[in-house]
Design a protein around this ligand. Sequence first.
Ligand code: TYM
Length: 343
Amino acid sequence: MENAINNAQSCAPERKKRILSCIQSSGMPTLGNYLGALKNWKLLSDEFDCAFAVADLHAITVRQDPQKLKKQIMEMFALLLAIGLDPEESIVFIQSHVPAHSQLAWILNCYTQFGEMSRMTQFKDKSASHADNVNVGLFTYPVLMAADILLYQADLVPVGADQKQHLEIARDIANRFNSVNGKTFTIPEPYIRKSGARIMSLQDPTKKMSKSDPNPKAFISIFDSPETIMKKVRSAVTDSEGGVYYGEGKEGVNNLMEIYSCCTGLSMDQITSDFEGKGYGDFKKAVGEAVAEELRPIRERYEDLMKNQDYLKATAAKGAEKASRIANRTLDKAMKKCGFVLL
Ligand code: TYM
C-alpha cells in the first residue's frame, strides 16, 4: 500500500491526489481508531487534497438513542479538529449534511449484487451481535460507504485493516458502474499502513480493539485520563514468558509493542533492545506513559473546542458547503449517465 502513496507523489503535477476517509460517530473513539486511521489522516492532510467526515448516517445501522447520537456527532467532529485537521486546508464535514451521499447510495444499490453484500464479514458479525435488528441498512452499509468514497473521486482511502473488504467492494461497484456507463468514478486505492493497521484488544489480543467492546478495560478511549490509561495498560494481557520481543504466541506483547512503536516511532528491534533484561512491569509503564503523552494534547484541544459549540457548528456548515460542491458535481454526472432528467 505504501506504493500507492509513492505513485501518488511521483505523478503529481496536474492535480494533487485526493484522499477521503470517514469515522463513525457511535461510541468512544479508541486508540485503535487513532493509530489505525486518525493519526494518518493528519499526516496525509499536510500533503494531499483531503476530505474527512463523521459518518453519522452509518451509525444508525444499529439502534441509537437520538439525544446521545446528536452529542456524539458533534464530539466526533470536534475530535477531527482536535487531532490537528485544518478545516481551511482540508474538507472536514458531517456526512448527513451532504444529501448526495444518500442519493448516490441509492443509485449504487442498483449496481450491487445481493450475493456480494451477503459475503461481507462485518455484516455477518454485526447481524450476529444485533440479531434483533438485522435491518436492510446494515446489509447495504458498504454501498453507502462506496458512495462516500466515489462522490469525492478519491484516489486513496486511509483506513485500518478491518475496512479492507469494504474498500474492495467499493472498487468493484465503481468498476461495474464505469463499465456499464462509461468512466464516471475514480477507482480508489486503500491506504493501509503496516504499523497500527490492527490494534488489538488489551484483554483478548486475538480480537480487534473496538469501541463497542463491553469490557472497558479492553480498549483505551482517546479521552481516557493518564491515570486510566496507565491502569488499563498495566492490566493488559501478556504471557508468562517475560521477554519483550515480537513473536508467535506473544499476541499481547506484540500488540503493546505495536502501540509503543506507533507512539514513539521506535522500531520493534529498538524496543526489544531497550527492554532487554527488563520485565513487563517496566515495559507496560513505558507504554502507558507514551500513550498518555500522545493523547494529552488531543484531549486538551478537544476540551477547548467543545466549549465553543458555535464555532463547531459554523465550521461544520462551511465543511458541508465545500463537500457538497464536489459531491453534487459527481452525483449529477452519475445521474446523467443513468438517464435521469436534470433540471
Ligand atoms: P470506524 O468508525 O469503525 O473506524 C474508523 C477508522 O478506524 C479504523 N480502526 C482501527 N484501526 C486499527 N486498529 C483498530 N483496532 C481499529 N478500529 C478501527 C478503521 O479501520 C477506520 O479506518 N465503515 C467505516 C467508516 C466509513 C468509512 C467511509 C471509511 C464510512 N464511510 C468511507 C472510509 C471511507 C467504519 O465503520 O470505521
